[in-house]
Design a protein around this ligand. Structure first.
Ligand SMILES: N[C@@H](CCC(=O)N[C@@H](CS)C(=O)NCC(=O)O)C(=O)O
Length: 222
């Protein structure tokens, strides 16, 4: 059985689940939490980060490695484009989202407003939140230039590029941050297009009750 370890609100776990669901592959999710998982989790994820993945053949950590494995194991309905140029562009956006773009949206916004108050009973770090919002315009300017008026980052169908970029922006959205459509109209429309796609809708429907419970806990702690 394909097992994905990791809480489903993580953008990296979401990327793996979107890949599996796009390909129509069954899986089991073990909702291991970040930061507070048991030492024994290192057996599947040496850095104890989420996601990790196991099947009958491999034990893998890192969402990009897992998605690459899934693409080769299940070549149907590819999430990485076949043409070298398009594939490279998709890989670039995956890397861009997973490394730098996710910093202000995940650790900078989602973590201090949703995760830390619930998991660590910490007050919202408003300085971090404001600094993260201030850091975002150059990323958004870049994406605005890269996007067309329609379609996705690489062609007319969602790829790993969109699972990654729209996935990290979704955590920002969950933290109450939205791209200003007057200044970044293509990016704002693109994000809506991604989030309205059935793949993201399915993810968001499963994430909603968990998010609601976390928000309730935050409100109760105030
Ligand atoms: N490059 C990794 C990043 C994974 C990652 O940073 N996951 C976060 C949760 S969103 C985590 O587990 N953080 C816990 C930690 O850093 O100890 C991937 O793509 O899987």
């Amino acid at each position: 059985m394909n097992t994905v370890y990791g809480a489903i609100l993580s953008p990296f776990v979401r990327k793996v689940l979107l890949t599996l669901e796009h390909k129509g592959i069954d899986y089991h999710n073990e909702p291991v939490r970040p930061f507070v998982n048991p030492e024994s989790f290192a057996a599947v994820s040496p850095l104890r980060k989420i996601p990790a993945f196991t099947d009958d053949y491999v034990t893998l950590a890192d969402s990009s490695v897992i998605c690459d494995y899934l693409e080769h194991k299940y070549p149907q309905r590819p999430v990485y484009p076949r043409s070298p140029a398009e594939r490279a562009r998709a890989l670039w956006f995956e890397e861009y989202a997973d490394t730098t773009l996710q910093q202000p949206l995940g650790p900078g916004l989602f973590f201090p407003t949703v995760v830390a108050p619930v998991m660590f009973k910490r007050a919202v770090d408003e300085t971090l939140v404001q600094d993260s919002i201030k850091a975002l315009p150059p990323y958004q300017d870049y994406l605005e230039r890269e996007l067309g008026a329609n379609g996705f980052l690489v062609g007319g169908e969602p790829t790993i590029a969109d699972f990654s970029v729209a996935g990290v922006f979704l955590n920002g959205h969950y933290a109450g941050y939205d791209v200003d459509a007057r200044r970044w109209p293509r990016l704002a429309a693109y994000l809506q297009r991604c989030w309205q796609h059935p793949l993201f809708q399915r993810r968001m429907a499963q994430e909603a009750p968990i998010l609601a419970a976390m928000r309730k806990a935050v409100a109760g702690a105030r």
